[in-house]
Design a protein around this ligand. Structure first.
Ligand code: HEM
Length: 107
């Protein structure tokens, strides 16, 4: 839904220092996020993930909307030892918006 995606674009300002999306998106401090929902955790080639992501990848764990929402609400409690230095999104509306925004960038 367009309004929610537009809201998500604003929320993504909090992510932009570390993540890119869209045509030609490159890895930065964090991996590019094109197509992230629906793919396996820790799957971007050439990005060096922390151990928790490497293990989740080996287990074939997949990013669903539910998993993404839980991760972004509190990254460090969701994934112990993650090197993603981000406190999390506290508002339900921001979480819904960022998920819609990420879904608007397929692989
Ligand atoms: C990992 C999203 C903010 C740095 C990830 C992953 C997602 C994500 C989905 C896992 C990717 C995968 O499995 O391939 C977001 C969103 C943000 C945000 C939506 C804003 C709301 C940030 C910020 C930083 C950052 C501000 C840097 C200060 C990283 C790093 C990783 C990562 C380094 C790899 C984690 C690890 O290997 O432990 N992020 N992120 N992220 N993010 Fe973020």
């Amino acid at each position: 839904e367009d309004a929610l995606i537009a809201q998500g674009e604003k929320v993504f300002r909090k992510c932009k220092a570390c993540h890119a999306v869209g045509d030609g998106a490159k890895n930065k401090v964090g991996p590019h996020l094109n197509g992230v929902i629906g793919r396996t955790f820790g799957a971007v080639n050439g990005f060096k993930y922390s151990d928790g992501f490497v293990e989740a990848n080996a287990e074939g764990k997949t990013w669903t909307v539910e998993e993404m929402t839980a991760f972004l609400a509190n990254p460090k409690s969701y994934m112990a030892g993650t090197k993603m230095a981000f406190a999390g999104l506290k508002k339900e509306e921001d979480l819904a918006a960022i998920v819609a925004y990420l879904l608007s960038f397929p692989e």
